[in-house]
Design a protein around this ligand. Structure first.
Ligand SMILES: [Cu+2]
Length: 158
């Protein structure tokens, strides 16, 4: 009898921890699933940093990431990074980032990224920062980005 109770309790706890883990790792916003949200910790007084995530559009309709807001930055934009004549160049995506139905889009170092400029405070590793992502259809989605040191971030990159 007692053994059975312990077994049931164990199953409950296991399911619970899975649920909590999933919540911390992934965010559902309508048909969009957001994973691997993080940003680079800053070094010294560097006033800019990048934020990254993977967006999976599980829906039947295209969506678009059209904006990003962060209280810790004076200016936040969605950027694209390209090699132009062997020089890395960044430019803001004025019309946002397309999120085609059924596909996933990665924002990662060297590619698309969230760009936080005019930082009002240093971005410290192991600290979570609140950011609002703005989607054309899914609307405003509050998320947190966990800051990581660049060397850790590098080993994590895909
Ligand atoms: Cu940028």
């Amino acid at each position: 009898m007692k053994k059975r109770f312990i077994a049931i309790l164990f199953i409950l706890l296991t399911n619970m921890s899975v649920a909590i883990f999933a919540q911390a790792e992934d965010i559902m916003a309508g048909d969009l699933m957001l994973h691997d949200l993080w940003m680079k910790a800053t070094i010294g007084n560097k006033p800019v940093t990048g934020g990254y995530l993977t967006i999976h559009n599980h829906g039947d309709f295209d969506d678009r990431l059209i904006g990003v807001e962060a209280a810790f930055a004076g200016k936040s934009e969605i950027h694209q990074m390209n090699m132009v004549n062997d020089v890395m160049q960044m430019r803001p995506l004025i019309d946002g980032l397309a999120l085609p139905a059924g596909e996933h889009v990665m924002l990662e170092p060297g590619g698309y990224h969230l760009m936080f400029m005019q930082l009002k405070e240093p971005i410290t590793a192991e600290t979570s920062y609140s950011v609002t992502l703005i989607f054309d259809k899914a609307g405003r989605v509050p998320v947190t980005l966990l800051a990581r040191d660049l060397k850790d971030a590098h080993s994590h990159s895909h």
